[in-house]
Ligand binder design. Structure first.
Ligand SMILES: CC(C)(COP(=O)(O)OP(=O)(O)OC[C@H]1O[C@@H](n2cnc3c(N)ncnc32)[C@H](O)[C@@H]1OP(=O)(O)O)[C@@H](O)C(=O)NCCC(=O)NCCS
Length: 163
């Protein structure tokens, strides 16, 4: 049973959070350091999880993190994150990062990833979170796909635990 009534995706989502790239964000290859982008995604996904659950949350896993194109100096990064689905105490949050050339408005898809966060109670034990109510077609598709990914994660866990 969900702890409280279901909540819409929009109540916790982050849409196009802006981060202007500066020279100290670059790697030795003169593209944006991927670890910085990963850390910012994790931090923003945490906000989504804590908004949705109303609890302290921790990162349990990250799946399918794909860097699809490099971000460059002078780009503006746009971070979008939304809750795809919740189960007992865990939640899947999808992340998408785009790089905008703010002079021309051109946008490139830089990264996609799925974060699993677990909500904790005051004793640091997993605690149930509200269900999520997908409303748009895209939210419903992500909701369905999240279940398929969770089955894969649980299956991997079972196999590794049985070793
Ligand atoms: C995440 C954590 C709280 C889970 O604790 P646990 O004792 O394994 O808890 P449970 O087995 O009861 O699982 C609780 C939930 O987490 C999910 N979960 C646990 N490990 C997971 C993993 N590796 N991937 C995806 N989900 C996971 C379970 O599926 C379960 O979800 P549900 O309640 O929605 O069914 C614990 O592993 C932990 O504290 N990890 C460290 C987290 C951390 O420090 N993160 C920051 C890294 S710097």
């Amino acid at each position: 049973m969900p702890a409280t009534p279901s909540r819409p995706v929009s109540a916790s989502a982050i849409d196009k959070h802006v981060y202007k790239v500066f020279p100290n964000d670059m790697n030795s290859h003169q593209t944006v350091f991927g670890g910085m982008i990963m850390a910012k995604c994790d931090r923003l996904a945490l906000v989504v999880a804590e908004r949705h659950s109303g609890h302290v949350c921790v990162t349990a896993a990250v799946d399918s993190m794909h860097f699809r194109a490099p971000a460059k100096g002078n780009d503006t990064l746009l971070f979008s994150l939304a809750l795809n689905r919740s189960w007992g105490s865990s939640m899947e949050i999808g992340a998408r990062v785009e790089a905008e050339n703010s002079y021309t408005g051109e946008c490139r898809h830089i990264l996609s990833a799925f974060f699993t966060f677990v909500a904790l109670d005051e004793h640091d034990k997993p605690v149930d979170v509200p269900a999520v109510k997908p409303e748009t077609e895209a939210q419903k598709r992500r909701f369905d796909n999240a279940e398929i990914r969770r089955e894969g994660r649980l299956e991997t866990r079972r196999k590794l635990d049985g070793q």
